[in-house]
Ligand binder design. Structure first.
Ligand SMILES: Nc1ncnc2c1ncn2[C@@H]1O[C@H](COP(=O)(O)OP(=O)(O)OP(=O)(O)O)[C@@H](O)[C@H]1O
Length: 354
């Protein structure tokens, strides 16, 4: 049965409910493992609507439009992004689904991936915030721009996040000089992080991306234990030295009951922006093999590409400036897979609420 099947007064649907039902059973959406759940479909005369509980763009409608019978209907997309259970059942998900982005090793591109995933989720129709928890070197103000603008504090002593390229951003880098933040250690850094998390006045969000400090030490552990986290994304390069640390990160999150939503292999290969030639300078498929060994979904293999770096250095990330660029489309595909996996994994744990 469909969620809603209405015969509009003026327009008869060309398909019967049975025909629609049979046709839907033959179609699968990208990265969604089973046929389209009927409750996601509403049919009104010749118009059909797909409502998904995760971030997605219109490209998700293609399999429905390509189907010989379903393609006779005119399709539109609606998102009703689900608020999913988290690692701390006693703490409410006040700020939306929280996705921590972590790397066992520094310099593998964790902040770059966090920024581009956040922007890509926004382009997939979600309301997104990003928290720079990298107290050792907050880089979000550089990557998203607006360093010169300090965060405002309201009468309730809450920080008002900046809005950059359509997403909400809070970072210590907007409060202090980056060099001051770098001397914070241990409990002081942990406390500062938790305060930044709690005392930012986030608007209603679908996803809050948290760019974690690199490593798997006490600060990361405390943070992972204290936050209501929906899922973790592990970032690694294919290099052997990074892989061992990526596995340590997976183990740390599993120990504290945080589900691993997926892994992104960054700097998978060098891609020349002039001739397109590819070179696997850090080795091939190391991240992919960790993902397979640990049974974690591989959400993408992103190239080392000067166009990615240049945009981040100027505070104008490629995915925001050129959303149709092939690299941006690749990053949006990873963000879509992330949103789907987050929802799918939560369904297998306990039912979602909206
Ligand atoms: N895929 C990529 N292509 C080109 N440059 C990249 C890519 N990923 C990251 N970089 C660049 O590499 C540098 C380090 O990236 P980033 O700051 O994201 O790493 P990090 O893992 O967050 O580092 P840290 O451990 O210091 O927090 C940045 O200058 C960034 O622009």
């Amino acid at each position: 049965m469909f969620g809603r099947f209405k015969k509009s007064k003026n327009q008869e649907s060309s398909l019967s409910q049975q025909q629609l039902s049979n046709a839907l059973a033959q179609v699968s959406l990208p990265h969604w493992p089973t046929p389209v759940p009927p409750e996601w479909i509403t049919v009104d005369g010749q118009h059909a609507q797909l409502t998904v509980p995760f971030a997605a763009d219109n490209s998700i409608l293609e399999p429905l439009k390509q189907h010989p019978e379903l393609g006779q209907l005119s399709w539109s997309l609606q998102r009703n992004i689900a608020k999913l259970p988290n690692s701390q059942p006693e703490l409410p998900l006040t700020f939306g689904n929280i996705i921590v982005v972590s790397s066992g090793k520094g310099g593998v591109g964790k902040s770059s991936v966090s920024v581009q995933l956040a922007l890509a989720l926004h382009q997939l129709g979600a309301n997104v915030g990003i928290l720079d928890a990298d107290v050792y070197g907050p880089s979000l103000p550089t990557m998203l721009g607006g360093q010169e603008q300090k965060l405002e504090i309201n009468a309730q002593q809450k920080m008002i996040p900046h809005q950059r390229h359509g997403i909400w951003v809070s970072s210590l880098g907007y409060l202090t000089d980056t060099k001051d933040a770098a001397i914070w250690r241990g409990p002081m850094a942990s406390a500062a992080l938790q305060q930044l998390f709690r005392d930012t006045k986030w608007p209603r969000l679908d996803y809050l991306i948290v760019d974690m400090p690199p490593g798997t030490g006490d600060i990361q552990l405390t943070f992972a234990q204290k936050l209501p986290i929906t899922g973790a994304v592990i970032v690694t390069t294919p290099q052997t030295v990074a892989l061992a640390d990526a596995e340590k990160g997976i183990t740390m999150f599993r120990k504290v009951g945080v589900p691993i939503t997926g892994l992104i292999e960054n700097m998978s290969y060098y891609q020349c922006s002039q001739c397109g030639h590819r070179d696997a300078i850090f080795g091939s498929d190391g991240g992919a093999s960790v993902a397979q060994r640990e049974q974690v979904p591989l959400l993408g293999q992103w190239p080392l590409d000067a166009r990615i770096r240049a945009g981040l250095d100027e505070g104008k990330p490629l995915v925001a400036e050129q959303p149709e660029h092939e690299l941006s489309v690749m990053m949006k595909n990873s963000a879509y897979q992330l949103a789907v996996e987050l929802y799918r994994q939560a369904q297998t744990r306990q039912p979602a609420t909206r």
